[in-house]
Design a protein around this ligand. Structure first.
Ligand code: ZN
Length: 166
């Protein structure tokens, strides 16, 4: 496994549409491994392929340690309710925004063995799925945020909360 370089806001790769994965090659499997390692190393709870410069529809999510979702060609098939909360992104270091997301989201995706599966997430997991899937269409959370926090607000937030960038 290898740690990959995380692309930062301003890089055009974050604004492109990602291509569907048509074949799960050894290269794709390596990418999944490297993305998980990169996400963990950066203390993130999710990472999308364009964030490491790869324009493929692939995301990894780990909101609960050890509970990793590897998602190839993911799509949201159902959403319900709404939640308003803070969100960050490994590609926008030092920034936090207030974003409204569905409270509950069901995603269908393909796993590394080529099997299609479905997972329903609530709360942070639902937020994370939405955030990561947006990346595959070139959308960043700052595009959909109600507003971005000021530096003062961010300092307050980090003084009593954990960092959970996606
Ligand atoms: Zn992100």
């Amino acid at each position: 496994m290898a740690k990959l370089n995380i692309v930062k806001q301003g890089d055009p790769v974050l604004r492109k549409n990602c291509r569907v994965v048509t074949e799960i090659t050894p290269r794709i499997l390596n990418l999944l491994d490297d993305m998980v390692e990169t996400m963990r190393d950066a203390n993130g709870v999710g990472l999308a392929a364009p964030q490491v410069g790869i324009l493929r529809r692939i995301v990894v999510v780990e909101c609960t340690p050890g509970e990793v979702y590897e998602m190839i060609n993911p799509t949201i098939v159902e959403m319900d309710g709404s939640q308003v909360g803070t969100e960050g992104c490994l590609s926008l270091p030092g920034k936090v925004g207030i974003v409204e997301r569905p409270e509950k989201v069901t995603v269908e995706a393909t796993d590394r063995f080529g099997n299609r599966y479905s997972v329903t997430g609530e709360g942070l997991l639902a937020r994370c799925f939405c955030h990561e899937l947006d990346h595959l269409d070139g959308v960043l959370y700052c595009d959909v945020a109600d507003r971005m926090l000021t530096n003062e607000e961010i300092n307050e937030l980090y003084s009593d909360d954990e960092d959970d960038d996606e």
